[in-house]
Write a protein that binds this ligand. Structure first.
Ligand SMILES: [Zn+2]
Length: 276
C-alpha cells in the first residue's frame, strides 16, 4: 500500500519538547522513571495525594498501552485499526481541543472497547494552574467527550501533561495541591513506566521499536506511553506483533488500579479518599 502518510507534527511539538527537557522527562528510561524530588528508589517517603498508577508501581510483567495527545487524524484511526487487528485494548488520554475536532474517532475508541482518560483541554501543565483553571481544563474536556459520544461518559483517569507535578523537579507542595484537587474530584492520576522516546529529537522508529521490544522481552514494559509521532506510528506494527510473540499480558489501567487498591474503580470513588 506504499508508504504510510506522514503524521503531522503537533504545532507546539518543539515547545513541548523543550518543556519536556526542562522538566527532565528526556531522562526517563524503562523502569527508572525519575519521580520529582525522589530519584529512583524513592518511593520511600512518596506520598500519594491522589490514587493512581505511579512509576514505582509493580505492573510488569503485565503491559498497559496508553496513547497521549489524541485523537489526531493521521494517528488515532491507524492505531485503532492496528489494535483491532491484534485484538489489543488501550487507554487513550484525550485532549479536549482535539476531541472537538474529531468526535467520530472518540466514538470509535469507546465503541471498540478502549478506555478514555483526560489529558486536559489544551495540554496544560497542571502545576502551573490555579484550582479554577485546573477544573476548567478537566471539565471542558469531559464536556467535549460527552458531546462527542452523545451521552455522559465520566473520565476518571487523568494523565497530567508532562507528568507535572509528579515527574520532573516540581516542589512537593505542588503535588499536594494538585493531588488534592484531583482526589476531591474523584480522579485517578495515571503516570507511566516506560518512555518510548517517541518524541525525542531525531527519533527513529527502529530505535523506538528496539527499545520497546527489548523491554517486552525482559518483561519490564509496564505502563507504556506513546505519542502521535511518525516515529511511534512506524514502530507500532512491530511492537504489536512482539506483544503477541512474547505472550505479554495486556491489561487496562482500571484493572491495575483495582489490583493496587483492592477494589474496583467505581467502589474506590465512592469510598473515603486516601490521605485525608
Ligand atoms: Zn501529552
Amino acid at each position: 500500500m506504499g508508504d504510510p502518510p506522514r503524521v503531522t507534527s503537533h504545532p507546539d511539538q518543539h515547545s513541548r519538547r523543550r518543556a519536556l527537557q526542562r522538566i527532565g522527562l528526556g531522562a526517563l528510561t524503562f523502569g527508572a522513571a525519575t519521580l520529582a524530588g525522589s530519584g529512583r528508589s524513592a518511593h520511600a517517603g512518596w506520598r500519594e495525594w491522589v490514587r493512581g498508577i505511579y512509576p514505582y508501581d509493580e505492573v510488569a510483567p503485565k503491559l498497559s498501552l496508553t496513547f497521549d495527545d489524541v485523537p489526531r487524524r493521521n494517528f488515532a484511526p491507524f492505531v485503532l485499526d492496528l489494535l483491532a487487528e491484534h485484538d489489543l485494548k488501550a487507554t487513550f488520554f484525550v485532549e479536549g481541543d482535539l476531541v472537538r475536532v474529531l468526535p467520530h474517532v472518540v466514538r470509535r475508541m469507546v465503541k471498540e472497547g478502549h478506555s478514555l482518560g483526560n489529558h486536559t483541554w489544551s495540554h496544560a501543565a497542571l502545576s502551573r494552574l490555579k484550582a479554577r483553571q485546573i477544573h476548567r481544563q478537566l471539565d471542558r474536556t469531559q464536556q467535549a467527550v460527552d458531546d462527542a459520544l452523545g451521552f455522559h461518559h465520566r473520565l476518571r483517569l487523568v494523565r497530567p501533561p508532562f507528568g507535572a507535578p509528579w515527574i520532573g523537579s516540581w516542589p512537593a507542595s505542588d503535588r499536594r495541591r494538585v493531588g488534592h484537587i484531583l482526589r476531591d474530584r474523584g480522579e485517578f492520576v495515571v503516570l507511566w513506566q516506560g518512555q518510548t522516546d517517541d518524541t525525542r529529537r531525531g527519533c527513529t522508529s527502529k530505535a523506538v521499536q528496539a527499545r520497546v521490544i527489548a523491554a517486552l522481552e525482559r518483561r519490564r514494559a509496564g505502563v507504556l506511553v506513546f505519542h502521535p509521532t511518525d516515529c511511534a506510528r512506524r514502530a507500532l506494527p512491530a511492537i504489536c506483533r512482539a506483544i503477541g510473540e512474547t505472550e505479554t499480558e495486556v491489561v487496562g489501567i482500571e484493572a491495575l488500579i483495582e489490583a493496587k487498591y483492592g477494589a474496583p474503580l467505581q467502589q474506590l470513588v465512592a469510598s473515603a479518599s486516601v490521605d485525608r
